[in-house]
Design a protein around this ligand. Structure first.
Ligand SMILES: O=C(O)c1ccccc1N[C@@H]1O[C@H](COP(=O)(O)O)[C@@H](O)[C@H]1O
Length: 214
């Protein structure tokens, strides 16, 4: 079994190249202006054109309206839309139909009760993304906080759609996270940065090679 990796929050050519040459299967661009990883659509368009065939470009959005989606999609050749806000099933169906693109929906986990939402969201989304519930402190982002949740909550669970694990993953802990959860896909952002919002090529390589044997 090999583990597919998504490196999220890329905004520079060098770190994008480190991701794809190191074997990432997905690269992510953040279209959420409050994030330190937010990238301008024009720049993301240039980066996405460097992405080789076989690697999927994912656009991360938080409760986007149609005008914003059109603004970004008009400039960036995306393969997948990641919804990381409070989008409900009706809005997911609408976005899929309007933009004819697969949707990956984030499910935020703070405890066992939060898993109930996953089954309902799996009926409409193409893929689920399990992330930690954001810290309650003021100003916390809706994701990308480098916070892990209790991985044992996912152990032995099955959903009707493929799923990805995220939240506080690092080169040091990702192999253990995969072992505990059985994830076949993982997503990382903060854990491969040398400062908030700035990706580090050596950390990206370390993350990818730490899964080399899995
Ligand atoms: O990365 C961001 O800035 C971000 C902003 C808003 C919503 C989600 C965001 N990132 C996603 O959060 C998870 C976990 O990230 P981390 O590895 O814990 O930093 C990941 O799926 C990112 O795609």
């Amino acid at each position: 079994m090999s583990v597919a990796v998504k490196i999220c929050g890329l905004s520079e050519p060098d770190t994008l190249r480190a991701a794809v040459t190191g074997g990432a299967r997905y690269v992510g661009f953040v279209f959420y202006p409050p994030s330190p990883r937010a990238v301008a659509p024009a720049m993301a368009g240039e980066l996405a054109r460097l992405v080789p065939t076989g690697v999927r470009s994912v656009g991360l959005f938080v409760d986007p309206d149609d005008a914003f989606l059109e603004h970004v999609i008009g400039q960036v050749p995306l393969d997948v839309i990641q919804l990381h806000g409070s989008e409900d099933p009706r809005r997911i169906v609408e976005i899929k139909a309007r933009y004819r693109m697969p949707v990956m929906k984030a499910v935020k986990i703070g405890g066992p009760d939060d898993l109930a939402a996953a089954a309902e969201l799996a009926e409409v989304a193409d893929r689920l993304l399990f992330d930690a519930k954001p810290p309650s402190k003021t100003g916390a982002l809706p994701g990308g906080n480098g916070v892990a949740f209790d991985w044992t909550l996912l152990a032995g669970r099955r959903w009707s759609k493929p799923w990805m694990l995220s939240g506080g993953l690092t080169p040091e802990n990702v192999a253990e996270a995969v072992r505990v959860t059985g994830a076949t896909e993982v997503d990382v952002s903060s854990g491969v940065e040398d400062r908030p919002g700035h990706k580090d090529a050596a950390l990206i390589r370390a993350f990818l090679s730490s899964l080399g044997g899995l």
